[in-house]
Design a protein around this ligand. Structure first.
Ligand code: SF4
Length: 213
């Protein structure tokens, strides 16, 4: 693997090329409190933000506090979130993290990574999303696009998202972590797709070790 300095310079160029290309605002999850954002983020796994927003429009009226989710019969909660897919797992995560918030943090969503990770059903990706958007903390969010692109671009040799997160964090200043994740997500959707990366029309092809594959 190339040395860290060379890699950093390459990432800087990739950032500078892609950043101006993806300036549109993404459909954002709609929420009013960190707790609502946490629920939306759990629901957003394998689901579009648009679909999540549709479900939470009524969900957030019905369930207002962590206690409301804890008290709800699991089958009822499953039915309420069913359109977002994987509803059984998501209902379990929502109940688990609500329980944790009440028992560990007196009903408030915590604002540090270590505390977030103690909540059942909350992994680093979810924690990063919530900490970044609700508390403005920097973080690299490693979803399926970020994972694929960081591997294709030669930014990591790891497969585990937590290790990829650490690898990317070494390459950029803190304040660029979140934006860089977003850029990779946009580029992954538009050009460097899972099925067919469009190397010929990729503006960072000269900087990408996978471009000739
Ligand atoms: S050159 Fe190909 S593999 Fe590399 S980022 Fe562009 S589309 Fe993806």
């Amino acid at each position: 693997m190339e040395n860290l300095d060379t890699l950093k310079k390459r990432v800087k160029k990739i950032y500078e090329i892609l950043d101006p290309l993806y300036t549109h605002k993404k459909t954002a999850l709609e929420y009013r409190t960190p707790f609502q954002l946490l629920i939306s983020t759990i629901l957003s796994a394998q689901c579009t933000d648009k679909q999540v927003n549709q479900v939470t429009k009524t969900l957030f009226q019905k369930y207002r506090t962590p206690e409301d989710y804890i008290k709800a019969p699991i089958a009822e909660l499953e039915a309420d979130i069913r359109p977002t897919g994987f509803f059984r797992n998501k209902a379990k995560s929502i109940k688990g993290c609500s329980q944790g918030i009440v028992e560990l943090y007196g009903g408030e969503v915590p604002s540090t990574m270590a505390e977030m990770l103690r909540l059942p059903g909350v992994g680093r990706k979810t924690a990063n999303c919530v900490l970044g958007a609700a508390f403005d903390l920097p973080g690299v969010v490693v979803d399926t696009h970020v994972k694929r692109l960081s591997q294709r671009l030669g930014l990591t040799e790891n497969k585990d998202p937590d290790k990829i997160e650490k690898d990317i964090e070494k390459l950029l200043p803190k304040e660029q972590w979140r934006r860089f994740s977003d850029i990779l997500i946009y580029h992954g959707r538009a050009v460097c797709t899972a099925r067919k990366p469009d190397h010929d029309n990729c503006p960072v092809a000269p900087l990408c070790p996978s471009s000739t594959l």
